[in-house]
Design a binder for this molecule. Structure first.
Ligand code: GUN
Length: 283
């Protein structure tokens, strides 16, 4: 291996430490930033994600609560809960953990979360702000990746970046954030004819497709920096990313591990968004 690891655990801890004085300043004004998570049904992965988010809140001294609804709840039950959290002054961030069990329509339900409390950054208001180049609450995973890039001192202006994946939660906002910083960005998808042709040209590669081994070392430009967003469980129970770590780390100059990479930053960015939302409310 030649690549240096980009340590998400360390960078996330630094980011959370940096938030503490801002939280203390809010506390001094009688405001305790609060995050409300909604979990519907019982999805094992969601339980782990939400537990990590609640733990991070506790670590920085924020208030948090998990609201649970059964898998068979109606859309009105769920939107009613969201509306009540929208009105609750002790709640600064509302997070609807995805995926929702069928037949609930996540896209439709999420539109009920007030834009100023949408700390996931998935609402049309926040996505639109990103497109307009005036980000407010930006989606956490790409926000966390950008924080990692800045921590690493990556030169983005004029850099060539390839984003593999076009999701609303990661691929599309990551591309917009990179464009805003002056990178030349190509977005590839499962339909892209020759993925390697694009990735081989890139100084920065962000991979977010949810499929192990989509990018291998031979598809990278020597010295590239690689951000692996994937969290995939292998048949033997191990967790792996979307990038073939062994071959990629022999070619890249820097790479995020899985676990211990981008995932940690997603949680840290969520906390940062909640603090930002509380500050905005406080005026
Ligand atoms: N499920 C998997 N990742 C996420 C995330 O970042 N936010 C929400 N709300 N649900 C998720």
């Amino acid at each position: 291996m030649t690549a240096t690891l980009i340590d998400g655990v360390k960078i996330a801890r630094r980011l959370l430490d940096d938030l503490k004085p801002r939280i203390a300043a809010l506390n001094a004004r009688g405001i305790k930033p609060g995050l409300a998570a909604i979990v519907v049904g019982d999805n094992a992965a969601s339980e782990i994600y939400v537990r990590n988010k609640m733990r991070a809140c506790a670590d920085v001294g924020m208030h948090s609560a998990v609201h649970r609804l059964p898998a068979g709840c109606s859309e009105a039950d769920l939107t009613g809960l969201i509306e009540s959290l929208n009105r609750d002054p002790a709640v600064h961030g509302v997070l609807l953990q995805l995926p929702l069990p069928a037949p609930l329509d996540a896209e439709r339900v999420m539109r009920h979360i007030a834009g100023e409390k949408d700390v996931d950054g998935f609402s049309w208001k926040n996505l639109g702000a990103l497109v307009a180049g005036e980000p407010q609450l930006a989606p956490c995973t790409p926000l966390g990746i950008m924080m990692m890039m800045d921590h690493e001192g990556l030169a983005l202006e004029g850099a060539t970046a390839v984003v593999v994946g076009r999701s609303v939660s990661v691929g599309k906002p990551a591309a917009l954030m990179l464009i805003a910083r002056g990178a030349t960005v190509t977005v590839c998808t499962s339909k892209t004819r020759d993925l390697a042709k694009h990735t081989r040209d890139a100084d920065i590669v962000v991979v977010a497709v949810g499929k192990p081994g989509v990018v291998t070392g031979d598809m990278l430009k020597p010295g590239a920096t690689v951000f692996d967003v994937g969290i995939n469980r292998l048949p033997d129970g191990r967790i792996t990313g979307d990038v073939d770590f062994e071959s990629a780390s022999a070619v890249a100059s820097r790479i995020t591990p899985v676990p211990g990479g981008v995932g940690r930053m997603t949680v840290a960015a969520l906390i940062a968004n909640t603090v930002k939302a509380a500050e905005k409310t406080a005026g």
